[in-house]
Ligand binder design. Structure first.
Ligand code: TXA
Ligand code: MG
Length: 314
């Protein structure tokens, strides 16, 4: 298959209407989109990524009206979170409408919904005239793509179209919050932080580890974000000795160490934005070890350390 590159949401939407899959930018990472009501198009998403069929997809909307097509009921607390954080890097897990196909939700009775804060993504959804299911547009097990070139590196020849956009602003996937219980539960940390959620819904909490096993959030049991290099979490700069085959990413460079590659980030936001692209760069260069500076696990730091720990675990 020849993959069409375009900057036009209209051209990309034509592929969606023909039942094809299209990669597109969002503020978090690039997604691989298909019409949420077209089962054979959704099947192509799983095939293109090599994604396990038991991992549900997020449905992306361009306006709150589209919630009615996807959900059977929107709990009060979800309405408050939508008012505050949509569009933005937040996915709400809600009771699904009958007409959402089971292949989209991996058989669950719930559906994850989010409204991206990105002009091209919103234009694509509007032009397609339907919500789009979209996982991150990487091969399963690779870091999520934050540039269209990273999408092409994984999926060129496997998908119909890439809607080109700039490097994504956030760089980590959306916060996933289960809104079907008594209080909101964070299933995946992201740029909308627990502190942000608690301002609106004070009883919001993080999921306990044993809650995150199936069926609450099937995606969490799969291997994620793993570069080929060995990832080491750097708590203390003195831990690095010989670094000639190593790379470093973080906020403060260890003194007196000669790394092969370094990525010095100006802020936590910058660190989050650059992490996945740096993993890919290190893989391309054949680096053996990537040292990632540890940061405190609060605010955005919780999401950042979650991704780094997943990459280090193998
Ligand atoms: O930022 C993002 O969320 C990106 C962009 C493209 O929107 N998408 C993304 O999708 O990261 P994906 O498929 O790579 O991750 C979706 C996560 C998985 O961990 C999945 O298990 C969880 O959301 N999820 C989706 N629907 C769910 C549901 N109904 N119940 C529980 N977890 C769900
Ligand atoms: Mg993903």
């Amino acid at each position: 298959m020849k993959t069409r590159l375009t900057r036009s949401p209209r051209v990309a939407a034509d592929f969606i209407r023909q039942g094809e899959v299209v990669a597109f930018p969002t503020e978090t990472v690039f997604g691989l989109g298909a019409d949420v009501f077209n089962e054979s198009a959704i099947a192509k998403v799983f095939v293109a990524k090599g994604r396990p069929a038991d991992n549900p997809l997020i449905a992306h909307i361009a306006n709150v009206e589209q919630l009615k097509e996807l959900t059977s009921n929107v709990p009060e607390v979800a309405i408050l979170l939508i008012d505050e954080f949509f569009p933005g890097p937040l996915t709400l897990v809600l009771p699904k409408a009958m007409r959402v196909p089971r292949i989209a939700t991996a058989g669950l009775e719930t559906v994850g919904v989010r409204m991206p804060r990105h002009d091209l993504a919103l234009a694509l959804i509007r032009e397609a005239g339907t919500p789009l299911v979209a996982p991150s547009a990487n091969m399963s097990g690779r870091p999520s793509p934050t540039t269209w070139q990273a999408v092409a590196a994984d999926l060129d020849g496997r998908i119909a179209c890439i809607l080109q956009g700039d490097q994504t602003e956030v760089g980590l996937e959306s916060t996933v919050v289960d809104c079907t219980g008594d209080s909101p539960v964070v299933l995946r940390a992201g740029a909308i932080t627990l502190e942000d959620l608690r301002r609106i819904a004070p009883t919001s909490r993080l999921s306990a580890v044993d809650e995150a096993t199936p069926p609450r959030s099937p995606g969490l049991k799969h291997q994620h974000y793993a570069p080929k290099a060995n990832v080491q979490i750097l708590e203390d700069h003195a831990e690095v000795t010989d670094a000639s085959e190593s790379a470093f990413i973080g906020l403060m460079l260890p003194p007196h160490v000669d790394f092969r590659m370094t990525e010095l980030c100006g802020s936590l936001e910058d660190y989050a934005r650059r992490l996945f692209q740096f993993f890919r760069k290190c893989d391309a260069a054949g680096v053996e070890t990537i040292y990632c500076e540890a940061v405190p696990k609060d605010g955005l730091g919780l999401a950042l350390m979650d991704r780094i720990e997943r990459a280090a675990r193998r």
